[in-house]
Design a protein around this ligand. Structure first.
Ligand SMILES: [Zn+2]
Length: 198
């Protein structure tokens, strides 16, 4: 039996339409389609794979961006090649950041998540109070505060200190926090990390 090529596997997970072409395979945390490759290596992003199938290799440092603002779309004429800076600019013009802002809750932003985490973990403000202030549901905000969503936003070191007990009982979040601690170490302080986001 012949193993399927990556291209065949790609097409098996595309649902074409007059508008966006939906990726029916798995999505990553940012809403981009992904496709597994070799065991142990990172999955390929399906919109990037689509670009390569239609237009050829992507040069180093280039991003494949969406004209349609739909991260899971793989339709080649909805994609354009940009530099990292174009991609950031594109995000700004669309009034969002690429990561959590779009998928988890429209009214939360990375800065608000950082603020809510601080107020919840350090100042002891109730989730219900924060939820009504931010206009976000208790469920969505609780997930963001616990790091189940907005995983790309590192926890403030002071939050981490306040969270010790909780960390012990949530293996999934422990993993997130460990990664965040590494990112924080690399970025210096949360403020530097935030500045680097701009
Ligand atoms: Zn599209």
């Amino acid at each position: 039996m012949k193993t399927k090529t990556i291209e065949e596997r790609f097409w098996a997970m595309v649902r074409k339409s007059d508008g966006c072409w939906a990726w029916t395979g798995s999505l990553n945390g940012k809403g981009y389609g992904q496709i597994a490759t070799k065991r142990g290596s990172r999955p390929l992003l399906s919109h990037r794979l689509s670009w390569e199938i239609h237009f050829g290799p992507i040069s180093n440092g280039m991003c494949v961006c969406h004209k349609c603002d739909n991260p899971s779309c793989v339709r080649p004429d909805h994609l354009f090649l940009g530099t990292i800076t174009d991609n950031d600019k594109d995000r700004d013009e669309k009034g969002r950041t690429e990561k959590g802002d779009r998928h988890h809750n429209a009214t939360l932003t990375a800065a608000l998540v950082i603020e809510c985490r601080r107020r919840y973990w350090i100042d002891g403000v109730l989730l219900r109070q924060l939820s009504s202030e931010m206009g976000v549901t208790v469920g969505a905000l609780g997930q963001a505060i616990r790091g189940e969503t907005w995983q790309h936003v590192p926890f403030d070191p002071e939050c981490l200190a306040a969270m010790t007990r909780w960390k012990d009982i949530h293996p999934l979040t422990r993993k997130v926090l460990r990664r965040n601690e590494r990112e924080l170490n690399a970025a210096g302080t949360i403020h530097e990390w935030e500045a680097a986001l701009q």
